[in-house]
Write a protein that binds this ligand. Structure first.
Ligand code: FAD
Ligand code: DLZ
Ligand code: SF4
Length: 508
């Protein structure tokens, strides 16, 4: 009897565990474009197109390689509409009663597979350097989980940037060199873009017809949709982006959404690129003298450090993680996140770029849209749903810990040791957004005061009980308490009035 080999839309590599465990002569690969996956959140149309186009090309390659592939297109009349539904349909058609799967990256789908009335052979997703059980062992007995310690383990384990037992250059972390703002005349590399081929064109038409109402511009579509193209993106980054990646990692410039970032997360997360191969190629560039150590270390840390760490936390913490709300924030997500009008130039810029590219870099996600949501006290579940929808790289295992944990502090401080909040000052320092804003970043109160200034102190004040004793926040409270009482009262009053306007749907 054949067995069904499930390959999901974010498992597109021939090295995926389920394929390695299967028998080409005997088994049937099941791949399915289904409404349930396209709609669990209103994904950006570019994200849906990327996944479907990459699935179609991957399936064609498997077939060319001799696999039997039962592939369901979204518009097939007999499409069952869900992953379990498709498995059941194929089980009947092929008289199969066993499924070989690679553990999905989301609790929702893990549960759905567990519920199937078929025998499930589930294999851990070993595209990651650190398995779920290894992470659990590392976390066991630790009072707090800190990425930096975890990262050092990963450096030792992979040997990346190691000189024997010591880190290359003598330091584990060169972040102190990595916080430069970019100047207006900065000249970042042009990102690579791929003209749609026939497969992509067909998918774009389908996505336009079915998901035209989702937030986000479908066209122009320039994503890589197969491994060969994704490798070109990686090479392009290593040659043109990596040398300055470190310096400008935190910088933000109007009209320059990608700067020196790699824009490879959409490909890493669906399997077109492998994390270790990415890091080894970067290390090679450093060894060849083509990239400085601060950039190479900073970049590798994002992948073997942060990316692995957040995945570990997601699976360690369990299925309720994405619903946590430690600060009890209840305000609804304002319409400006979906492109509604706003006078805040920074928010307008990041949302507009997100709509256009399904991309924002880390500091934009953390210190603009995330910072604002946290300061404004938005319900983290709504913030989570937004991030999961609008970015081409968003899958729950990586998005939820970044959003719910790092950005919204809704896990109570597992991912972040202090809340990532800032006043307008930080944004003015790291970007040129404030120059064209209706608000005045220097004004701490009054009609034109930057909302980040008002809301920052409002946040600090309202969460005193939780954060006052945090050693990394003591100075902030000391500074706040030193201020004149009337000043403090005025700022809090103005912040409340501003939030009131926000909640009433007024243009703020
Ligand atoms: P670069 O800046 O060039 O970094 C290189 C790579 O490092 C990335 O491709 C990514 O794979 C990895 N990386 C960097 N930071 C992180 C991080 N914090 N967590 C995990 N991997 C990281 N990343 C996602 O892949 N999917 C998400 O859904 C996602 N949601 C996020 C939500 C919020 C609120 C925040 C603050 C961050 C989120 N990130 C997410 C992390 C990060 O913003 C993106 O990985 C990064 O912007 C991707 O762009 P890039 O490839 O140009 O990254
Ligand atoms: C994101 C996504 C989309 C939009 N569509 C599909 C699909 O039609 N078929 C599929 O197998 N996978 C899709 N995916 C990826 C899944 O949502 C992803 O596998 C789970 O969220 C687990 O990470
Ligand atoms: Fe954003 Fe404030 Fe600067 Fe305007 S002034 S761009 S709201 S930080």
């Amino acid at each position: 009897k054949p067995r069904l080999v499930l390959v999901l839309g974010d498992q597109l590599t021939t090295e995926i565990a389920a394929l390695r465990a299967a028998d080409k002569e005997r088994d049937v690969v099941v791949m399915a474009e289904v409404m349930d996956e396209a709609r669990y959140v209103p994904h950006h149309p570019k994200k849906i197109a990327l996944v479907l186009a990459a699935m179609r090309k991957f399936a064609a390659n498997l077939e060319a390689d001799g696999w039997q592939v039962a592939y369901a297109r979204l518009d097939d009349s007999d499409n069952a509409g869900s992953i379990p539904g498709e498995l059941l349909r194929r089980a009947e058609a092929f008289e199969a009663d066993e499924v070989i799967a690679t553990t999905p990256g989301e609790w929702r789908l893990i549960a759905a597979l567990d519920d199937l009335p078929l025998t499930l052979h589930q294999h851990p997703d070993d595209r990651f350097l650190c398995s779920r059980s290894e992470f659990a062992d590392w976390a066991e007995g630790r009072k707090e989980l800190r990425m930096e310690w975890f990262y050092r383990e990963m450096r030792r384990k992979t040997g990346l940037l190691m000189e024997g037992d010591d880190p290359a250059g003598g330091s584990w972390n060169y972040d102190a060199d990595n916080r430069k703002p970019a100047s207006d005349d900065a000249d970042p590399p042009e990102p690579l873009s791929f003209a749609p081929d026939d497969t992509v064109d067909q998918v774009l038409d389908l996505v336009e017809e079915r998901f035209g109402d989702h937030f986000g511009d479908l066209r122009p579509f320039g994503f890589a949709t197969d491994r060969k193209q994704a490798l070109k993106v990686l090479d392009h980054f290593i040659e043109h982006g990596l040398p300055k990646f470190g310096d400008y990692q935190d910088a933000m410039l109007r009209g320059e959404p990608m700067l020196w970032h790699a824009v490879i997360s959409p490909y890493l997360n669906i399997g077109l690129l492998d994390p270790l191969e990415v890091c080894q190629r970067c290390e090679q560039a450093w060894q060849d003298g083509k990239a400085p150590l601060n950039a190479t270390e900073g970049f590798i840390r994002q992948i073997i450090g942060w990316r692995e760490f957040v995945r570990g936390v997601y699976f360690l913490e369990g299925p309720d993680y994405a619903r946590r709300n430690a600060l009890n924030h209840q305000r609804g997500l304002p319409d400006l996140y979906w492109g509604g009008e706003t006078r805040m130039a920074c928010m307008a810029e990041v949302v507009a770029q997100t709509r256009k590219y399904a991309y924002a870099h880390h500091i934009q996600r953390l210190m603009i849209t995330g910072n604002f949501a946290l300061l404004a006290g938005i319900d983290p579940a709504e913030v989570h749903e937004w991030y999961l929808s609008v970015y081409a790289d968003a899958y729950e295992w990586v998005e939820a810990p970044n959003t719910v944990g790092m950005s919204q502090f809704a896990d109570g401080g597992i991912v972040a040791s202090k809340p990532y909040v800032s006043s307008g000052n930080y944004i003015a320092k790291m970007s040129n957004y404030c120059r064209d804003c209706a608000y005045d970043v220097k004004a701490k109160s009054g009609e034109t005061a930057c909302p980040f200034n008002l809301l920052y102190w409002y946040f600090i004040d309202r969460h005193r009980d939780r954060f006052e004793d945090n050693p990394r926040m003591k100075v902030i409270y000391r500074n706040w308490d030193k201020r004149d009482e009337d000043d403090r009262a005025q700022i809090l009053r103005e912040a409340e009035a501003w939030l009131d306007q926000l909640s009433k749907g007024k243009t703020v």
